[in-house]
Unconditional design. Structure first.
Length: 381
C-alpha cells in the first residue's frame, strides 16, 4: 500500500482538495491499467498550523469539488504530527512555506537553497514538482480563485501518479521540455546526437509490420522519422518516406534526410486531393505507418495537406495498419491533449519525458498505448 499525506497551511482548502481528487483518480481505469497490478492507496491530508483544527472543508472548496464531480465527505481539519513522517511514503505540500513547516515539525534542516528539505528518507515533495513546474499552488483562501487551485492540483496529482506508474519520470509542460532540450544541447549533448537517440528509441520500441510508411512534416519530429528510416534500412526492413513539403526541413532533419538519400531510401511527396494533376497518396499497402508530422509544440487546428495526411493515416489504421506516433500524436496539443483532428495511434513513443498532453484532454481517445523513452535530456525548470 502506498500511503500519501497532503499538507497545506490550514487543511481546509488545498490539501483536502488534493486528498479527494487523488482518491477519485486512483479509481479510474486508466490509472489502474498503468500502475502495477494490485496497487493500493491510503490517502489523507493535514495542516502545518493549528488555526483551523476541527473545521470542515471550506465551503467554496466543497463547491468546486462538487462542480467537478469529485466525491468528498465531511471531515475535520487536523495538524500533522512528527510521527507521520515515518508512517507515510509521500508527504506532499502545496507551497514552499508548507515544506519549511513540515521540516520544522519533523526537526529537519533545510538545504542551503532554503527550498528543499534535508529529508533523510526522501519523502517530502511539493505537489507541482511532479508536474515539472517550479512554483506553488496558490492559496485560494487569499486569491479566491478555486478554479486555478483545482487545475494546479489536477496537474500535480496527474504528475504524481505518472511518477509512480513510470518508475520516477515526471509529466512536464511543453515549455519545460523545450527549455530542457535547449539546455542539454547547449551544455551536454549535441542536437544531432539527441535526434539520433530519439529515432533509435522509436526504432527499438516498435514491433514493425512491413512495409513501413514514414509520414514526415517539416520540423524535428520529421528528423526523428528520418533516423528511423535509416535504421530500418540497415535492418533490411522495407520502408518509404512521405514528405508533406519536400523543400522544407529543420537543420538536423536535413542532415538525416540526406543520410536517407545516401542509403537510397525511397521518398515521395504526399499528395492530397487539392492537387488535381496527381493521384492522391494511398497508404493502404503499408503494415506500419509512422506519424512524424507534428511535434509537441503544435497548437491550433490542423489544416491543408497535413490534415489530409492525418485522415489518410487514420483511414489505414481503421483498416488494420499498425499506427505509431513519434513523441505525440500529430494534431494533439502537447499541454492540453486537445485537438479537433489528430492521429489515432496503436502506440505513441514519447521522447524525453511525458507531456501533459499524453494524459489530458483527448489523449485516451488518441492513444491505445504509450511508452516514454529517456534520451538523456537534462530536466530543468
Amino acid at each position: 500500500m502506498i500511503k500519501i499525506l497532503f499538507i497545506c497551511h490550514g487543511n481546509i482548502c488545498r490539501s483536502p482538495m488534493a486528498e479527494f481528487i487523488l482518491k477519485k483518480m486512483v479509481m479510474e481505469p486508466r490509472w489502474a491499467e498503468m500502475l502495477p497490478e494490485g496497487t493500493q492507496f491510503h490517502i489523507e491530508s493535514a495542516a502545518t498550523s493549528r488555526e483551523e483544527i476541527g473545521n470542515d472543508i471550506y465551503p467554496p472548496a466543497k463547491a468546486k469539488l462538487r462542480e467537478m464531480d469529485v466525491p468528498f465527505e465531511q471531515r475535520r481539519a487536523r495538524q500533522m504530527t512528527p510521527a507521520e513522517y515515518e508512517e507515510y511514503d509521500f508527504i506532499i505540500g502545496m507551497d514552499d512555506a508548507n515544506i519549511r513547516n513540515i521540516c520544522r515539525m519533523c526537526s529537519f534542516a533545510m538545504d542551503s537553497d532554503g527550498k528543499r528539505p534535508a529529508d533523510p528518507q526522501h519523502k517530502i515533495y511539493k505537489i507541482l514538482d511532479f508536474a515539472g513546474i517550479d512554483r506553488s499552488v496558490s492559496d485560494p483562501w487569499y486569491t479566491g480563485d478555486f478554479a486555478a487551485t483545482y487545475q494546479d492540483v489536477i496537474m500535480g496529482c496527474e504528475g504524481f501518479l505518472n511518477f509512480l506508474a513510470t518508475g520516477g519520470r515526471h509529466i512536464i509542460s511543453v515549455k519545460t521540455m523545450c527549455d530542457s532540450d535547449a539546455y542539454t544541447i547547449a551544455n551536454i549533448t549535441p542536437s544531432k546526437e539527441l535526434m539520433y537517440r530519439a529515432g533509435k528509441s522509436i526504432f527499438e520500441g516498435v514491433c514493425w509490420r512491413t512495409p513501413v510508411a514514414i509520414v514526415c512534416g517539416k520540423g524535428n519530429n520529421a528528423g526523428d522519422g528520418y533516423v528511423v528510416a535509416g535504421l530500418l534500412k540497415d535492418a533490411g526492413v522495407d520502408c518509404r518516406i512521405f514528405l508533406i513539403d519536400e523543400n522544407r526541413f529543420s537543420g538536423d532533419g536535413a542532415y538525416y534526410f540526406e543520410k536517407c538519400r545516401e542509403k537510397c531510401i525511397p521518398y515521395e511527396q504526399f499528395v492530397g486531393t487539392a492537387d488535381d494533376t496527381k493521384t492522391p497518396t494511398d497508404l493502404s499497402a503499408y503494415g506500419t505507418i509512422l506519424d512524424c508530422l507534428l511535434g509537441t509544440g503544435f497548437a491550433g487546428d490542423v489544416r491543408g495537406i497535413t490534415a489530409e495526411a492525418i485522415n489518410e493515416i487514420n483511414r489505414c489504421g481503421e483498416a488494420g495498419a499498425y499506427i505509431v506516433s513519434a513523441d505525440i500524436n500529430s494534431g494533439l496539443n502537447g499541454d492540453t491533449g486537445e485537438g479537433s483532428l489528430f492521429v489515432k495511434s496503436d502506440l505513441t513513443v514519447s521522447i524525453g519525458d511525458y507531456k501533459y498532453g499524453h494524459f489530458m484532454g483527448r489523449a485516451d481517445e488518441a492513444m491505445k498505448a504509450k511508452v516514454n523513452c529517456d534520451i538523456g535530456i537534462e530536466l530543468i525548470g
